[in-house]
Write a protein that binds this ligand. Structure first.
Ligand code: HEC
Ligand code: HEC
Length: 263
């Protein structure tokens, strides 16, 4: 029997939630990540748990063009597990999502494995946002020299090393996360990467992220055109950012323009 789990249980029974949260902090995150990765995931349970996430991430998990939400669909399961654990441990600041990353919400380490496997199996968006395209040759050169050894030639990532797949990620999200890793705001990042990226100028960063945002996932990972996740038929999309309302938002008629004054 694990002593920290006993402490957490006693805290829950005797002192209520604040102490429970404190005690769950003490649980060894690295060990939870390794355990979750070794478990056999249950996709049905993953789907049930994902209903906690869709209010923000939407049933498809495709993120938003403005980069506020990342595309999480299709991400490598080991990466999803590590990010969830890091958010829970507050190694990565995400106050709105924190309660949803707690093991109490996910029903333990098994739940973390289940929801991550479900998300990772979701087909990906064909329409992730890309940069302005000014400086792609520089972006490609730098990416190949500085990033490909870890993130892969095509941005495919590495599940075993928890290196994120960058394919299909939105441009603004990539830029924000890269800068947060660089200035140390995202404290969970790979130390070697943090050191290596200090010397880039903003021009170089934009060029690299632009190039990276154009690395598309392979055809078999993409959703068919017009796909909507059938697992959550009753979900109301009205609270999501406009581009997440409907799958084909680019084809919608533009909102009525304001009437102009007669000349
Ligand atoms: C209240 C809104 C909200 C809810 C609910 C929520 N998330 Fe998030 N999540 C976010 C935001 C915002 C980000 C981006 C944070 C950032 O910019 O660092 C995020 C980021 C993530 C990431 C990191 C992805 C990456 O590649 O960097 C993962 C993984 C994730 N969420 C999984 C989940 C799961 C699983 C659930 C449900 C159990 C969930 N989220 C529920 C808002 C939410
Ligand atoms: C030594 C290996 C390594 C190198 C080199 C490296 N990275 Fe990373 N990168 C990582 C790891 C590991 C993470 C995940 C950190 C974490 O756990 O949050 C990451 C995270 C990221 C993220 C955040 C992705 C997300 O979904 O949240 C971006 C963007 C990124 N890297 C871009 C780059 C670019 C561009 C370069 C080249 C300039 C680069 N990286 C070089 C290992 C590396």
């Amino acid at each position: 029997m694990d002593i920290l789990r006993v402490v957490r249980y006693l805290a829950l029974v005797f002192w209520g939630l604040p102490w429970t949260l404190l005690a769950s902090e003490l649980i060894d995150i690295k060990r939870d990540v390794e355990l979750a990765i070794s478990l056999k995931p249950n996709l049905d349970n993953g789907r049930i748990l994902y209903s906690l996430c869709i209010v923000c991430h939407s049933p498809e998990g495709w993120g938003s063009h403005n980069g506020y939400y990342p595309q999480i669909a299709g991400q490598l399961p080991g990466v999803l597990i590590k990010q969830l654990a890091d958010i829970r441990a507050r190694n990565r600041d995400n106050p709105t999502m924190l309660p949803f990353s707690l093991l109490q919400a996910l029903g333990g380490v098994q739940g973390m494995a289940d929801v991550s496997a479900y998300i990772s199996a979701l087909p990906m968006s064909r329409d992730s946002d890309v940069g302005p395209g000014f400086d792609l040759a520089l972006g490609e050169e730098l990416y190949r020299k500085e990033c490909a050894e870890c993130h892969g030639d095509r941005g495919e990532g590495d599940d075993k090393e928890h290196i994120p797949m960058l394919q299909g990620q939105h441009y603004s999200y990539l830029k924000r996360q890269f800068n947060w890793i660089r200035i140390g705001k995202r404290r969970n990042a790979d130390e070697k990467m943090v050191k290596q990226i200090q010397r880039f100028s903003q021009r170089e960063i934009s060029a690299m992220m632009d190039y990276v945002s154009r690395l598309k996932p392979p055809q078999e990972k993409l959703a068919p055109p017009g796909w909507q996740n059938p697992d959550f038929p009753g979900f109301s999309r009205t609270n999501l950012p406009p581009e997440m309302h409907r799958r084909d938002w680019r084809e919608l008629p533009l909102p009525p323009t304001r009437p102009t004054m007669p000349q």
